[in-house]
Design a protein around this ligand. Structure first.
Ligand SMILES: *[C@@H]1O[C@H](CO)[C@@H](O)[C@H](O)[C@H]1NC(C)=O
Ligand SMILES: *[C@@H]1O[C@H](CO)[C@@H](O)[C@H](O)[C@H]1NC(C)=O
Ligand SMILES: *[C@@H]1O[C@H](CO)[C@@H](O)[C@H](O)[C@H]1NC(C)=O
Ligand SMILES: *[C@@H]1O[C@H](CO)[C@@H](O)[C@H](O)[C@H]1NC(C)=O
Ligand SMILES: *[C@@H]1O[C@H](CO)[C@@H](O)[C@H](O)[C@H]1NC(C)=O
Length: 753
């Protein structure tokens, strides 16, 4: 029974395991793909680029709409893709495809973008170009750039590419050097954009397409556009031909005609004459960085639709009054970076819609009498202008913004007038003064900028009495002379910086002179002149500071003197203690002396010893002794015995006298010295005494050495004091006593004190 159930359990668990494993497998196929590639949430966008793939990984679901297998190792177009009938965007760029099978795009009916750029295609035939695109009925963009086709032309009796839906064909960087044949575009009946940039093309002939709107042939090697080259592109609106370094528009190119062309870019070419007559519908023409030297009369007579004309960075030296005639719609004209010296007075009137005129970087020397009803923005910066006429702006009846920066203007005439001018930029000129009439007639003036001029005199508020709309003044980088005592400076500063009509940041107002305020802001330089109350307040704080200093100082002095007096007191206490010790020592000595006296009494030599021995007869007459004198010495110590030997030279009385003198005299000396001797000696002694406390003396008294010394004191014969002797012993190791007596030892003795 038990055995059966365990078999069951094993069976069931085995089944469960298998089931789990099968689930795992299912997950794994999807998981594998999204582990290898990057998927979005619903797995419609798969990015398998840069994975080193040679074939499509398993697990691609039918729902995929965007697949990126670029930068891999594909050498042939992956067949399994034809399952993906929802695929919209396929990127196989940067692989190693050499050709496409004619069924490559079967079932890819949803495909819109096919990117085949950066592959190894070198022959159109390998693409099966007549058939390959046909299944992809919604294909709009085909990128074949960076392949090596070298030509673009009809195949033998066939179209080049056939796709009824294709709108954009990109053939940049394909080494194509010619377009030939009947019409390479005839199989692309819906083509709108053709990009042929960066090909060594000399001509763009033979392009026939009724649908083509945009043609890009930048960075090719085009030299001329022939009369009929654009003729068979009736829908062409955009033509971009920039960076064809040798491209000219032949002066006889009257025939170069495109009724439809609206946008032309021929920048960075070799254009001598901007011949745009054949493009009556042109809206925007970019002709910068060419070789145009002059603009003839009626140069743009037929460009009545032109709105934007960029002729900057050419060599245009002169204009004629009727150069711009016919440019009825022109709004933006850029003539900067040319060599124009004079703008003919009425030439701008030919452009009734012109609003923005750029004339910067020319050689105009005076603003002149420009006349235009429409110009609102005029840029005449960096033109070497040195004169501006009083009535210069009168002809510019709509002028709003005038840039005259980076010129050589040194003077603005009084009452220069404009009813419309709002923004006047006079930065980096040489203007040094203005007055209350300068802007008198610019009553709409909103912003005035005079950065980097040569103003020194501070302006006056009254200069702007008639400019009620003035909001902004840029006055920085001038050489303002700050005279703080001048009422006007304060007044003008307030006018410029105070809210609510603040016109300039106060940190831009920097003094240049006088030297002591150089580089300071106006406010820094004049703060105390303008705020005298602040200054007194400052004086008050100075007084406070001084008071506080005095109090602090006196506190310090009190503290120091307190410490000093307490030190003195301590010193006095120490001195007293020392004297007490000396007294004690003296007492002890006295006692010792008494004891010694008693001892000595016993050893007193018999006065009879001093008398010459009696003669024999006398001796005979003397009474006889019973006891010997040596019996008296039995009580004395060995030392006393030793001393007895000296009795011959000194009497016990002498010895006592001497001990007395030697014992007491140093103490007196000591005291005397403390009072009378020179300072350093005193100090040294005090220090020594301090080190030498009473308990030390007591200890000293107990030590055997001390006893020895004490005994030896009785035989001291010179003027060294007992105390000094003890001190010396303490200070340094014992040394031979007799050293003291050496002749040349005076210094040592000095220092002993
Ligand atoms: C495919 O991947 C490459 C490299 O990761 C990337 O540069 C490219 O833009 C991608 N293509 C698309 C269509 O997203
Ligand atoms: C296209 O798809 C159909 C079904 O959707 C399939 O039967 C056919 O084999 C596919 N064709 C190719 C070439 O894969
Ligand atoms: C095709 O892929 C290349 C990179 O491989 C990319 O630069 C190019 O923009 C792509 N073309 C299109 C139309 O997306
Ligand atoms: C000017 O444009 C018209 C069409 O608007 C055209 O017929 C005429 O030939 C053009 N003139 C020049 C000189 O090309
Ligand atoms: C301009 O200032 C001068 C004095 O410098 C004064 O006589 C004259 O009335 C002022 N003119 C105006 C319009 O404020």
């Amino acid at each position: 029974m038990l055995r059966l159930s365990s078999v069951w359990i094993i069976l069931i668990s085995w089944n469960l395991l298998a089931f789990a494993r099968s689930l795992d497998d299912d997950d794994k196929t999807i998981g594998d793909l999204c582990f290898l590639c990057r998927c979005n949430l619903d797995k419609t966008d798969i990015d398998c680029s840069r994975r080193g793939l040679t074939d499509i990984p398993n697990g691609l679901g039918l729902q995929v709409t965007k697949l990126n297998i670029s930068n891999n190792e594909f050498t042939k177009f992956p067949e399994s893709l034809s399952r993906l009938h929802n695929l919209v965007n396929l990127d196989i760029s940067s692989n190693q495809l050499k050709g496409l099978p004619d069924n490559a795009l079967y079932n890819l009916t949803a495909l819109v973008v096919l990117n085949l750029s950066r592959n190894y295609f070198d022959s159109w035939l390998n693409l099966n170009p007549n058939d390959v695109l046909l299944p992809a009925t919604h294909l709009k963009i085909l990128d074949l750039s960076y392949n090596k086709f070298q030509t673009m032309g009809n195949l033998a009796n066939q179209e080049l590419l056939i796709s009824p839906s294709l709108e954009t064909l990109i053939l940049d960087h394909c080494e194509i050097n010619s377009i030939h044949g009947r019409s390479p575009l005839s199989g692309l009946i819906n083509i709108r954009v053709l990009k042929l940039n960066f090909n060594p093309l000399l001509r763009i002939q033979n392009l026939i397409s009724s649908s083509l709107r945009s043609l890009f042939v930048s960075n090719c090697e085009l030299t001329t556009l022939n009369h009929n080259e654009l003729m068979f592109l009736p829908s062409l609106t955009h033509l971009k031909m920039s960076n064809n370094y040798r491209l000219e528009l032949a002066s006889s190119a009257n025939n170069l005609f495109s009724q439809s062309l609206k946008y032309i870019d021929i920048s960075y070419c070799n254009i001598l004459q901007p011949n745009l007559k054949g493009f009556p519908s042109l809206r925007k023409a970019i002709l910068n960085h060419n070789m145009v030297r002059y603009l003839e009369s009626n140069a743009f007579a037929n460009n009545t639709e032109l709105e934007y004309l960029d002729l900057s960075n050419n060599n245009i030296a002169s204009l004629r009054y009727d150069t711009f005639r016919g440019l009825k719609m022109l709004k933006h004209l850029d003539l900067s970076w040319n060599e124009i010296a004079v703008i003919p007075e009425d030439s701008l009137l030919e452009m009734p819609s012109l609003t923005q005129l750029k004339l910067s970087r020319n050689y105009l020397s005076r603003v002149g009498h420009l006349r235009s009803m429409s110009v609102t923005i005029l840029d005449m910066s960096s033109c070497e202008l040195n004169t501006i006429g009083k009535d210069s702006l009168e002809g510019l009846q709509s002028i709003v913004e005038l840039d005259l920066s980076q010129n050589l203007l040194s003077y603005i005439p009084d009452s220069i007038s404009s009813n419309t001018l709002k923004y006047l930029n006079l930065n980096y000129n040489r203007i040094s003064s203005i007055n209350n009439l300068t802007f008198f007639m610019l009553n709409r003036l909103t912003s005035l900028s005079v950065v980097g001029n040569r103003f020194t005199m501070i302006w006056r508020r009254s200069f702007f009495d008639s400019n009620p709309y003035l909001e902004r003044l840029d006055l920085s980088d001038n050489m303002w002379r700050c005279d703080c005592s001048d009422e006007n400076m304060r007044d003008f500063y307030d006018f410029v910086t105070l809210e609510p009509n603040k016109k300039e940041e106060s940190f831009n107002l920097i003094c240049n002179s006088p030297a002591n305020v150089n580089t300071q802001t106006w406010l820094e330089a004049c703060y105390f002149t303008w705020n005298p109350t602040e200054k007194t307040a400052n004086a008050d704080t100075l007084i406070w500071f001084i008071v506080v200093m005095i109090i602090g100082l006196s506190l310090c002095i009190i503290l120091v003197s307190g410490i000093r007096s307490s030190m003195k007191r301590r010193l006095a206490a120490i001195q007293a203690e020392r004297e007490r010790q000396v007294e004690e020592a003296r007492d002890r000595l006295r006692q010792m002396r008494i004891r010694a006296e008693q001892e000595a009494l016993c050893n007193t030599p018999d006065p009879r010893d001093l008398i010459a021995p009696p003669s024999y007869d006398e001796a005979l007459s003397m009474p006889k002794l019973n006891v010997s004198c040596h019996s008296l010495n039995e009580t004395g110590s060995g030392k006393t015995r030793r001393k007895r030997g000296r009795r011959k030279t000194k009497s016990s009385g002498d010895l006592l006298e001497e001990t007395d003198r030697n014992g007491d005299a140093p103490v007196y000396d000591d005291l005397e010295l403390t009072e009378t001797q020179e300072e350093d000696r005193q100090r040294r002694r005090r220090r020594r005494n301090r080190r030498y406390g009473s308990h030390e003396i007591a200890e000293l008294d107990q030590s055997p050495g001390a006893r020895r010394r004490r005994m030896s004191e009785y035989i001291v014969e010179n003027d060294d004091s007992v105390i000094v002797e003890v001190q010396a012993q303490l200070e340094r190791p014992l040394r031979p006593r007799n050293r003291r007596y050496s002749i040349d030892d005076n210094d040592v003795r000095e220092s002993d004190f």
